[in-house]
Design a protein. Structure first.
Length: 157
């Protein structure tokens, strides 16, 4: 591992975070810097591409989820006219703070990105809420029926 790499300590070993091969096309060198890691093992930072003359060609904010290969954060978000050039911070909720540059006037700004659950996750949440709602209705129906009975009934819901 050269000093242009990022790595994470996982399962008692140091693992280099791989840079996708298409990032290096037409460039002599790609340097990767990690900036933060959270409890889930998500790593954020930036990757810079350099020419043969050691001129920085571009910089991109990066993310690695649980030791997976690095991804360009720009490919995961929709920010028309902006390029995320550096991811600086990350919390355990998965929120990422990144620096972005406007493609038109070159100004910089900070962006806070919050992960949104996948549609499959929402279906599990909605199914759970539906189940709780049905359980609540069933318990109320049992309690109403027990009130009209001659004997005492114990309702446990």
């Amino acid at each position: 591992m050269d000093d242009g790499s990022a790595a994470v300590w996982q399962d008692g070993q140091l693992h280099e975070l791989a840079v996708p091969p298409h990032w290096a096309e037409g460039q002599v060198e790609t340097r990767v810097r990690s900036a933060a890691i959270n409890e889930a093992g998500t790593v954020v930072g930036y990757a810079e591409a350099y020419s043969a003359e050691h001129q920085r060609l571009n910089s991109r904010a990066i993310v690695s989820l649980d030791g997976a290969p690095l991804q360009d954060l720009n490919e995961l978000v929709n920010l028309p006219g902006k390029t995320l050039i550096r991811a600086d911070a990350l919390n355990d909720a998965g929120q990422i703070v990144a620096v972005g540059q406007d493609a038109v006037d070159g100004t910089y700004g900070l962006f806070l990105m919050t992960p949104v659950p996948e549609p499959a996750t929402w279906s599990f949440v909605l199914t759970g809420l539906l189940g709780l709602s049905l359980r609540s209705r069933l318990c109320r129906a049992i309690a109403i029926e027990a009130e009209g009975a001659d004997e005492r009934a114990v309702v446990s819901c």
